[in-house]
Structures are given as C-alpha cells and as structure tokens.
Design a protein around this ligand. Structure first.
Ligand SMILES: *[C@@H]1O[C@H](CO)[C@@H](O)[C@H](O)[C@H]1NC(C)=O
Ligand SMILES: *[C@@H]1O[C@H](CO)[C@@H](O)[C@H](O)[C@H]1NC(C)=O
Ligand SMILES: *[C@@H]1O[C@H](CO)[C@@H](O)[C@H](O)[C@H]1NC(C)=O
Ligand SMILES: *[C@@H]1O[C@H](CO)[C@@H](O)[C@H](O)[C@H]1NC(C)=O
Ligand SMILES: *[C@@H]1O[C@H](CO)[C@@H](O)[C@H](O)[C@H]1NC(C)=O
Ligand SMILES: *[C@@H]1O[C@H](CO)[C@@H](O)[C@H](O)[C@H]1NC(C)=O
Ligand SMILES: *[C@@H]1O[C@H](CO)[C@@H](O)[C@H](O)[C@H]1NC(C)=O
Ligand SMILES: *[C@@H]1O[C@H](CO)[C@@H](O)[C@H](O)[C@H]1NC(C)=O
Length: 450
C-alpha cells in the first residue's frame, strides 16, 4: 500500500517538474522535504476508547482503541486579536508589529483600520479618510461615487518597504446589494506610510477596471519600476490587473481564461457540511458556489511567478510575471495571447483557497477553509505540504507573513466564518462574534521583493 502510494506520488511530481523545465526526473528530493515537521506533528490522528453507548455495551469492543481525527497538526496557533465590532477580511503586519485590517463596507463606519488593542480597531489613517460624503451617486443611485475617500477596502498589504497599501473596490454594499463602481475614482490603490501619510493614489481607466469589476487582492514587487498585481474576481470579467507603480499605468491580462474563472458546479465543504449559495433574496434559490473567480494571489519570492486561485475551485495556477508586465498594445499585439499560453497548472489543492502568501524560503502558503487549515505549496518539489490545522481556523481568509523587528517570523491570518454569513444560509447570520485573527511561527521570513 505504502510503496504503491509512493510510486503514484513520484509520477505526479514527474509531470509537474517536467512541465516546469529542465531538471531530470531522477532529481526528486525525498519526501518529506526539508523543514517538514515530523509525522507525529503533521498527521492529525489519535486513538481512543469509544463511549459505552457507541460500543453496544460490549465489554470487548469497549477495549478497542479506535483511530480518530484530532483536527490538528503543525505548530500551535496563537490568538492575537478578537473582533467584536465589524467583520474582517484582510490583515497586514509591518515589521514594527503594527497590524492593519480591513472590513467590507455595508453600514460599517470605517473600512481600513489599525488594531489599537487586542479587541479594538481604530480607523486608519483617520476617520475622515474613511468617510466618503455618501456611498451611492445621487443622480445614478445604482453606482457608487468617485471620491478620494476610502469606500470599500477589500485588501490591505504591507510592502517590502514597510508601507501600507489599501485596495479599494469602490463598490459598497447598500441595502444588501453591491453598487456598481463609479470609475475612475471609486476603485483605487492607495499607498500610506506607517504614520498615515498618503504617498500614492492610483486610479484605473474604465477599460481596465469596469463598473462590474471586483478588485480583490494585491501583491507588490518593488524591483525595477515596481509592479502591483491585482485579482479581479468579478464573475463577468475575471482577470488580472497589472499596475506599473512608476508610471501609474495599468492594463489587464488573462481575461476570462479558465484558470481565473469559477469552476462550474463547485461545492465546497466547511466543517464537513456542503456550502451552497443561498441568498436571502427571493426566490431563495440554492445555487452552486460558483460566483467567485480569481481571488487569492501571491508573488514568488524571486518575483518570477504570480500564483493565483479562483475561490470557486480547488486548483492552484501560476503565470510568469515576464508576460504580465507586457502591456497589450499595437506595439505588443500578441501580449494577451502569450500571457494566456504561459499559464501553468500547479495542480490540485484539496480545498478552495481564499488567501495565498509567500515567504523568503519560496513556499506559497494557501488557506484551506475546507480543512480548517493552512497548507503550503513547495515549488522545489511541486507538491502541497501540510502546515497547520486547528478546529478554530474557521475560514482562514487573508494570510500575511512578517519578520518582526522585535524578533520572530510569523504568518498572521484572519478566520472570519465567511460561509456562515446570510448569503449562504438563506438569510440567517450563523456567524458568532468575535471573529478571530491568529498567528503561527514559520521558519522563513518575509519576502521583501525590493
Ligand atoms: C514525536 O515522536 C517523537 C519520537 O517518536 C517523540 O520523541 C516526540 O515527543 C513526538 N512529538 C509529539 C509532539 O508527539
Ligand atoms: C452517546 O452518548 C453521547 C453523550 O451522552 C451522545 O452525544 C451520543 O449521541 C450517544 N451516541 C449514540 C450512538 O447514542
Ligand atoms: C448594519 O446592518 C446590519 C445588517 O444589515 C445590522 O445588523 C446592524 O445593526 C447595522 N448596524 C448599524 C450601525 O446600523
Ligand atoms: C481604539 O480606537 C477606537 C476608535 O478610534 C477608540 O474608540 C478606542 O478608544 C481606542 N482604544 C484604545 C485602547 O486606544
Ligand atoms: C455621479 O454620476 C454622474 C453621472 O455619471 C457623474 O457625472 C458624477 O461625477 C458622479 N458624482 C460623483 C460624486 O461621483
Ligand atoms: C436603501 O434603502 C433606503 C431605505 O429603504 C433607501 O432610502 C435608499 O435609497 C436605499 N439606497 C439604495 C442605494 O438603494
Ligand atoms: C511620515 O513618514 C514619512 C516616511 O517615513 C516621512 O517622510 C514623513 O515626514 C512623515 N510625516 C509625518 C507627518 O510625520
Ligand atoms: C428560506 O427562507 C425563506 C424566507 O424566509 C423561506 O420561505 C424558505 O422556506 C427558506 N428555505 C429553506 C430551504 O430553508
């Protein structure tokens, strides 16, 4: 059994490695690869006697040690923040230990924040910057307004120079419905120093970010001109937005490619139970969980690849950044085709992923809401490795690696019970406060990418 499994595993890696390049098929590292914790820390199991009512009151059966799933592996998680106020998505940590977070905007009074105690958050950079004059455009009420104030920050990221970037989708949810974005000026990328001073505001032409675009997550490579890569998780127009940080120009790639699109008929399982879309709006129809396109992204440590995963699906993909950096234009008419042809499958991830993150060892961490876990992809072996699992990891959303000046490398993440919100539960909110932020120690440090 074991040896045939090993053969299967090797065959899979052979395909992955061959697809990537060069190295001989006899070059596989042994499994487990270096840095993998010993099996008794990575395999979630235990044995125990069952209660008498489950052994038919048979004295012989009551002595049987039965194997069970403990629900845990890897390092211990540490609760660093409990959210009693708004529902969080993003987290980003700077090297001085400041923790930034964001809240999708409905009636929330702020959308970007910095933690100011273990249970409270303060608007960042200020309450004023978080307070647009209104959400809906009065002359065009299904659209949001164009404004320099933050409307709906979906993602917050600290870059390799310890600066804070907020990705504003510009599409608040009013009366249970997401407004269309006013473009340009609603959706934007805003850069702040740690002290809250704004150093960059990048808006997008509506050919790049349309009214029904849904900017979701962003990663930065500050080498050369500097580039930002943004996932557009819109069901209508999934794709990747690329920004040249020096010129402020932006363009799109991979529009509608299967790798950025939802998997038809997808049904994730959470705590063992299937999750469908079941919104509170009439006719209360149940549909597949397939509204959600490319969501989580991460940049390889060396900046050569953008990794990404649609939220509706269990596949990890990557594309060389060299092709993304080429703006499709009359001077590069083939750029869009070349980018689509360069997409590589990194295989099955066993769970959909809402967050991806990089460290300086080359690992790509993947949130795994279906397993209450975070796993990691090892590009050196082409394989997924277990990393941490705990029953309290209830929908790991965003991941953020930091090397703290005070010492220690950590992976921070939010756990926000997303699937228990009303859209999936026929209008009933089954989430319980507080929502959580955890951290776990990691061997690697932050990939500065500067
Ligand atoms: C793992 O196994 C080793 C050797 O079998 C043992 O020394 C160690 O205590 C175990 N660790 C845990 C966390 O159980
Ligand atoms: C056995 O008892 C436990 C606790 O009293 C209960 O939760 C469980 O449902 C029972 N199992 C069966 C098979 O009756
Ligand atoms: C915001 O909306 C939610 C759900 O629609 C509601 O439960 C909550 O009371 C509202 N909060 C405020 C401050 O209006
Ligand atoms: C945190 O910020 C909030 C909002 O500004 C404020 O009400 C609260 O007093 C602050 N708490 C601490 C401990 O500073
Ligand atoms: C509201 O929409 C109109 C028409 O599209 C536009 O001209 C105006 O600038 C918008 N106002 C704001 C505040 O975004
Ligand atoms: C939301 O509902 C309120 C109360 O019914 C209404 O006054 C307002 O116009 C609605 N806003 C939008 C953007 O539909
Ligand atoms: C904020 O930080 C930046 C970068 O360190 C610095 O240039 C600027 O002077 C600071 N502004 C204030 C008001 O402290
Ligand atoms: C969903 O909610 C609606 C409205 O409350 C209700 O009529 C319907 O029976 C519910 N459906 C299910 C499957 O619970």
């Amino acid at each position: 059994m074991r040896s045939s499994l090993t053969l299967l595993t090797l065959a899979t890696v052979a395909v992955a490695v061959a697809a990537q390049d060069t190295s001989s098929v006899f070059d596989f590292p042994e499994y487990p690869p270096p840095l993998t914790p010993p099996p008794n820390q990575t395999i979630a199991d235990g044995v125990a006697l069952l209660p008498a009512n489950e052994t038919n009151n048979d004295p012989a059966l009551s002595q049987a040690q039965i194997h069970f799933d403990t629900g845990r592996f890897g390092p211990s998680i540490e609760l660093v923040h409990a959210y009693f106020n708004f529902w969080p998505t993003g987290v980003a940590v700077s090297s001085d230990g400041s923790v930034f977070t964001c809240f999708p905007r409905g009636n929330e009074t702020f959308t970007l924040a910095k933690l100011n105690s273990s249970t409270t958050e303060a608007p960042f950079p200020s309450e004023d910057a978080n307070t647009p004059p209104s959400f809906a455009n009065k002359s065009n009420p299904t659209f949001s307004i164009a404004t320099d104030k933050l409307i709906f920050v979906q993602s917050v990221v600290v870059d390799g120079r310890d600066r804070v970037w907020a990705l504003d989708t510009g599409r608040p949810r009013i009366n249970g419905t997401m407004l269309l974005a006013a473009t340009p000026g609603g959706p934007k990328l805003v850069g702040y120093e740690l002290n809250g001073t704004t150093f960059a505001t990048i808006t997008f032409p509506d050919s790049v970010v349309a009214a029904d675009s849904s900017l979701n997550d962003v990663r930065f490579d500050l080498r050369g001109d500097g580039f930002a890569y943004i996932s557009d998780s819109s069901m209508q127009r999934p794709g990747i937005v690329v920004v040249n940080l020096k010129t402020g120009e932006s363009w799109r790639h991979l529009d509608g490619h299967p790798s950025v699109s939802p998997q038809a008929g997808f049904i994730p399982f959470h705590n063992g139970i299937p999750t469908y879309l079941h919104p509170p709006t009439p006719p209360n129809a149940i549909t597949f969980f397939n509204r959600f396109a490319v969501d989580a992204i991460a940049l390889s440590d060396d900046g050569e690849f953008l990794y990404y995963a649609p939220l509706a699906g269990r596949q990890l993909w990557r594309v060389p950044t060299s092709v993304l950096k080429v703006q499709p234009s009359s001077t590069n008419p083939g750029a869009a085709v070349l980018a689509q042809q360069a997409v590589q499958s990194m295989g099955d991830t066993g769970s959909h992923a809402d967050g991806l993150e990089t460290d300086d060892q080359g690992f790509i961490y993947l949130s795994a809401p279906e397993h209450n876990a975070i796993n990691r992809f090892n590009p050196k072996t082409g394989m997924i490795e277990p990393f941490v699992r705990d029953p309290a990891i209830q929908w790991p959303d965003t991941l953020s690696v930091v090397s703290l000046q005070s010492g220690g490398n950590f992976l921070y993440f939010t756990a926000n019970q997303l699937w228990l919100s009303p859209d999936y539960q026929n209008g009933t909110d089954l989430r319980t406060k507080p929502y959580a932020m955890f951290r776990v120690p990691i061997e690697g440090g932050r990939a500065n990418q500067t």
